[in-house]
Ligand binder design. Structure first.
Ligand code: DOR
Ligand code: ZN
Length: 346
């Protein structure tokens, strides 16, 4: 028996597309299902100015295969040298939809991130004034803070003070991984949302470490214990509009993942919508999938919901997803949920 579900076409509110040959290889994986995506600026060198974002957007559009429609929503990488006037100009033309805050050293290509938050205060104030959201990688980087505690400590030490000091600032807590993150969003109604990835709804830290280390499940923020995964599932499937999909699909070649110092990132662009249908059905919340993937994000960003649609089908036989995407730089492994999935995009 086949079941179908048609929803407004989804958007991805947190995506890594990279550049060059990798961009060319992974962009169709997203554009096949998603109308728009918030594009992460952590290239080497990062996308820091309006001019950088224009050039990167043009490279993305040039890499889009004929016949595919996709709108990249550009972001700038916040550095201690970011110029508020440049931000204002890039936002005024509609070029950029957010700035991205990486605490320096928090993750892949974050060396240009912020160390002293006083130095970015004028930019944050300008953003609050013009209503431009700040997307936040919410982890402290202090060596003495355990990696599993870095999100919770960030909320107390960095995020809450920033939000109190800049009351009108719209903030997206990206890829939350903890009940602390969920609770912080729920207890702060104003100007605060959070993205949740597909993989953090599926794996906990045991999946990474038990029975041998699984590099393809390693990402940042790292998956936490099961009680946190359950809190994320409840938030995502609750219908609460403050939670929306940001896949953080982050391609790295297999040699870079399967290394003595492997890169952080799960590549989920290819099968995210099928996995989400599985997850939401499992939680008796298929009727909430459209809100999470297609409606809550546009509502937070003040953008229209897509008028086109996406249809998912469930069949008796398990769906077979490609195990890898080939790129000229090497293969990229597609996230394996570890259980059979019967949903697919029609
Ligand atoms: O796992 C991750 N990979 N987390 C990030 O924050 C960055 C991303 C990447 O760029 O590979
Ligand atoms: Zn990311």
């Amino acid at each position: 028996m086949t079941q179908t579900l048609t929803i407004a076409r989804p958007d991805d509110w947190h995506l890594h597309l990279r550049d060059g040959a990798m961009l060319q290889a992974v962009l169709p994986e997203t554009a096949r299902h998603f109308a728009r995506a918030i594009i992460m600026p952590n290239l080497v060198p990062p996308v820091v100015t309006g001019a950088d974002a224009t050039a990167y957007r043009d490279r993305i559009l040039a890499a889009l295969p004929d016949g595919m429609a996709f709108e990249p929503l550009m972001t700038l990488y916040l550095t201690e040298d970011t110029d508020p006037a440049d931000v204002e100009a890039a936002a005024a033309t509609g070029l950029i939809k957010a700035l991205k805050l990486y605490p320096a050293g928090a993750t892949t290509n974050s060396a240009s991130g912020v160390s002293n938050f006083d130095n970015v205060r004028p930019v944050l104030e300008k953003m609050a004034e013009i209503g431009l959201p700040l997307c936040v990688h919410g982890e402290v980087t202090d060596n003495d803070i355990d990696i599993f505690d870095r999100e919770a400590v960030f909320i107390d030490r960095v995020l809450d003070p920033i939000r109190k000091a800049t009351p009108g600032l719209k903030v997206v807590m990206e890829h939350i991984t903890t009940k602390d993150g969920v609770d912080y969003v729920k207890s702060n109604a104003e100007n605060l949302g959070a993205t949740i990835t597909t993989h953090h709804l599926i794996i906990n830290r045991n999946h990474i470490l038990v029975g041998g280390i699984k590099p393809h499940y390693y990402c940042l923020p790292v998956a936490k214990r099961e009680s946190h995964r359950i809190a994320l599932r409840e938030a995502a499937t609750s219908g609460d509009a403050r939670f929306f999909l940001g896949t953080d699909s982050a391609p790295h070649t297999d040699p870079n993942k399967l290394s003595a110092c492997g890169c952080a990132g799960c590549f989920t662009a290819t099968n995210t919508m099928a996995l989400l249908a599985h997850v939401f059905e499992e939680d008796g919340a298929l009727d909430k999938l459209e809100g999470f993937a297609s409606k809550n994000g546009p509502s937070f960003y003040g953008l229209p919901v897509n008028t086109s649609t996406l249809t998912l089908t469930k069949s008796d036989s398990a769906t077979s997803f490609p195990g890898k995407i080939d790129t000229p730089d090497g293969s990229v492994t597609v996230f394996d949920p570890g259980f059979p999935v019967h949903w697919d995009v029609a």
